[in-house]
Unconditional design. Structure first.
Length: 113
């Protein structure tokens, strides 16, 4: 990185900063950390991501509980996966089952990474 004389912007990302050598962080001009979202942020993220769908009757509290300790990217992906499931079934209403299953899948995937 120190020898890079191009006019490029270099961006790096990790879900596990604790595994990186601290010296690596000194090589970057800026380090931005995103905390795991809390319940209000999870709810806002899910509602914003699913705002094009009918979410009446969705078990928001259960979905939010399933999303706790997931990153914003994982929550977004789960919401997108739930939406795809519903679209492929020909539906327009996001079901609690579809969203909660997608969140559980993201949790399993994040544990295996």
């Amino acid at each position: 990185l120190e020898q890079d004389d191009s006019h490029s912007l270099i961006i790096a990302a990790t879900n596990h900063p604790e595994l990186l050598d601290r010296a690596l962080f000194r090589r970057f001009d800026d380090v931005i950390e995103y905390a795991v979202p809390d319940r209000p942020i999870i709810e806002a993220l899910l509602r914003a991501r699913l705002d094009r769908f009918d979410t009446r009757g969705l078990a928001w509290n259960e979905a939010i509980s399933q999303a706790e300790r997931l990153s914003q990217a994982e929550i977004t992906r789960a919401a997108d996966d739930a939406a795809k499931t519903i679209i492929l079934r020909g539906g327009k209403r996001i079901t609690s089952e579809a969203l909660i299953d997608a969140l559980k899948e993201r949790r399993q995937a994040s544990l295996s990474e």
